[in-house]
Design a protein around this ligand. Structure first.
Ligand code: FES
Ligand SMILES: [Fe+2]
Length: 373
C-alpha cells in the first residue's frame, strides 16, 4: 500500500490498468484474525477503553452544527457526548450530564441559546460554563466556575468535528493529507440511526473490500460497478478504497492530466478506528460505527450533499441515497449472518486474502493501538 493518497489521474490510471489486466490491488500477505477477538468481552472492553476513547474520532460532520447554538447529542464509545457551536463559531464537546445530579442534559439535535437541565433548571452556556442556579442560596459557597460541563478534546477539521474523550487533542498528520471532502457548500441532508446484531468490526469489514460486489450486490451495485477491482491506499492508520463504476471507461478518451474521479467511482475513507466516509455522485455519507456491545452495533449515518437545495437537487440526493441504502442493507445482512455464524464455532480464525488488504491494515493497527495503550 502507498503511504499517501494518490491524485485523480493516478487513481484512474491504476484502475484502467486493472480493468485491462483483470487484476486488482493486492496486499502483501494473507491475514488471520482470531475469532475470539469478535466474541471476547475483554477484547471488546479493550477496544472501547484503549482505542475508541483515546483516538480523535469524527463525531459528526461540521454541517450538523450549522449555526451558533446548534447542538448534537449522541453516545460515542458508550459515553453520552454533546457537541455544540458557540456564538463565536467554536465547536466544543462535553460529557452530556448535568453537574448537579447528573441528569443527561440534551438529546438529539437542535439549536438553543443555553442548555437548561430538566430536573432543577441549572443552566449552562454554549461554552459549557454554569450560568445559573435557581435559588442559589441553597448552595452556600458554591464556585460556579468549577461546575461547568466536563469538556472532551474537540477539533474541527476537514468539515468534521473530531472528539477525543481520553487522549490527544488533535487528529494526527495523516488526517491532514485527506482531501477536503466537506467544503463550505456542503449541507447535512439526513441523519439515520440503525442498530444491528453484529460486532462493529464485522460491520467495518464490509466497507473495506470490493471482493463481494458481484455476489452480495448482484442487483444493486454490481450492474454499475466492477467486481473485485479496487485501488487500496493507506494513509497512516486510515485507508481509502476506490470502487470504480463501469462508466470510468469513458475516461480512456480523456487526456490523463484532465481525468477526474468524481462521478466515476466511490471512494471509501476509513478513518481509524470506526468511521467510514463514502463518496457517491450526488452525496457523501459519513457512517459512524458505534459499538454497543460485543455483538451489537449502532450505525449513525449522516448524508451530506453540495447539490443545490431546490426540488431537483433534493430529488437527486434522495434517489442517490435510496440506491446506497439498498446496497448498504445487503452489507448489513452479510454482517449479521457472519455474526450468527460465530456461534457455530467452525472457525478459530478468519482468513483475509490478498484482496482484503484494507481489512488487514485495520486489524494490524487495532492490535497495535491496544498493545500501546
Ligand atoms: S440534575 Fe440538573 S439541575 Fe439538578
Ligand atoms: Fe458491500
Amino acid at each position: 500500500m502507498s503511504a499517501t493518497l494518490a491524485d485523480d489521474r493516478t487513481i484512474v490510471e491504476r484502475i484502467l490498468n486493472h480493468i485491462d489486466h483483470k487484476s486488482t490491488d493486492l496486499s502483501s500477505g494473507v491475514w488471520h484474525e482470531p475469532v475470539d477477538h469478535y466474541v471476547s468481552q475483554a477484547r471488546f472492553s479493550a477496544e472501547i477503553n484503549r482505542v475508541l476513547r483515546r483516538t480523535p474520532t469524527p463525531f459528526c460532520p461540521s454541517a450538523a452544527l450549522p449555526d451558533a447554538g446548534s447542538y448534537l447529542a449522541r453516545d460515542a464509545a458508550l459515553v453520552p457526548i454533546v457537541a455544540m457551536r458557540d456564538s463565536d463559531g467554536t465547536v466544543r464537546a462535553f460529557r452530556n450530564a448535568c453537574r448537579h445530579r447528573g441528569v443527561q442534559l440534551v438529546e438529539g439535535s437542535g439549536c438553543k441559546k443555553a442548555l437548561t437541565c430538566r430536573y432543577h433548571a441549572w443552566t449552562y452556556g454554549l461554552d459549557g460554563r454554569l450560568r445559573g442556579i435557581p435559588d442559589e442560596h441553597g448552595f452556600p459557597g458554591i464556585d460556579k466556575n468549577s461546575y461547568g460541563l466536563i469538556p472532551v478534546a474537540t477539533v474541527e477539521k476537514h468539515g468534521m468535528i473530531f472528539v477525543t474523550q481520553d487522549g490527544p487533542e488533535a487528529p494526527d498528520a495523516d488526517i491532514a493529507s485527506m482531501p477536503d471532502l466537506f467544503g463550505s457548500g456542503w449541507r447535512l441532508f439526513t441523519t439515520v440511526e440503525q442498530e444491528f446484531a453484529a460486532n462493529w468490526k464485522i460491520v467495518a469489514e464490509g466497507f473495506l473490500e470490493g471482493y463481494h460486489i458481484r455476489s452480495t450486490h448482484q442487483d444493486t451495485f454490481y450492474p454499475l460497478q466492477y467486481d473485485n477491482i479496487n485501488v487500496i491506499e493507506a494513509f497512516g492508520r486510515n485507508s481509502r478504497i476506490s470502487f470504480p463504476y463501469r462508466r470510468i471507461e469513458k475516461l480512456r478518451s480523456v487526456a490523463p492530466a484532465e481525468r477526474r474521479t468524481a462521478g466515476m467511482l466511490t471512494q471509501v475513507y476509513h478513518i481509524f478506528p470506526n468511521v467510514m466516509i463514502a463518496t457517491f455522485p450526488t452525496n457523501t455519507i459519513m457512517t459512524v460505527l458505534e459499538p454497543l456491545a460485543v455483538d451489537r452495533t449502532r450505525l449513525v449515518t449522516y448524508t451530506l450533499s453540495n447539490l443545490t437545495e431546490d426540488r431537483e437537487g433534493r430529488a437527486a440526493i434522495s434517489q442517490g441515497r435510496d440506491f446506497v441504502t439498498a446496497g448498504a442493507a445487503e452489507d448489513r445482512d452479510m454482517a449479521c449472518a457472519a455474526q450468527r455464524g460465530l456461534a457455530s464455532k467452525a472457525n478459530h480464525v478468519f482468513t483475509f486474502g490478498l484482496f482484503e488488504g484494507a481489512i488487514r491494515h485495520f486489524h494490524q493497527n487495532l492490535e497495535a493501538a491496544i498493545a500501546i495503550a
